[in-house]
Design a protein around this ligand. Structure first.
Ligand code: FES
Length: 149
């Protein structure tokens, strides 16, 4: 509650700042919970349904917690051409999660994203800010295993 209050004060307590407020909260907490929407609604004095509408409209917002490591798998054109669909299959098979899901142990969340900006390394992915390129099945599993240790 206190943290949310601080974020709202920094961004400016106005409905017009709702998106930037929610972005900052997500940066801090990893996702937007129902309790968070409730708190923001109380402080900004706007209906919780309106906040829910914004959170569900924009794909950048998450309603569920993310794993310790967020795998952003690029599905942009260059990566697609170079086999990102196969990489996704490998990740899904190995971790038993699909796009948008989190492993049961809370370690990984998989998210397909558009171009990561490193097309020369395609197919590419990012795990918690670290870029991995020129992926193949073997390499991906090796990388995932390194995070599991
Ligand atoms: S298309 Fe994947 S990094 Fe650009």
């Amino acid at each position: 509650m206190k943290k949310i209050q601080e974020i709202i004060e920094t961004c400016g307590k106005s409905e017009g700042n709702l998106i930037s407020i929610l972005q900052k909260i997500q940066e801090e907490e990893g996702y937007i919970s129902v309790a968070t929407m409730d708190t923001v609604s109380q402080i900004l004095e706007i209906p919780v349904a309106k906040i829910y509408g914004v959170v569900t409209f924009y794909s950048q917002f998450r309603l569920k917690p993310v794993g310790k490591y967020l795998i952003m798998l690029c599905q942009g054109t260059a990566c697609h051409v170079n086999g990102s669909a196969g990489i996704e299959e490998t990740i899904t098979e190995y971790l038993k999660i699909k796009d948008g899901e989190t492993t049961a142990d809370g370690l990984f969340t998989l998210e397909n994203v558009a171009c990561l900006g490193c097309c020369s390394l395609s197919p590419a992915m990012m795990i918690s800010g670290e870029t991995y390129g020129e992926l193949n099945d073997k390499k991906v599993i090796k990388i995932l295993k390194s995070y599991q240790q």
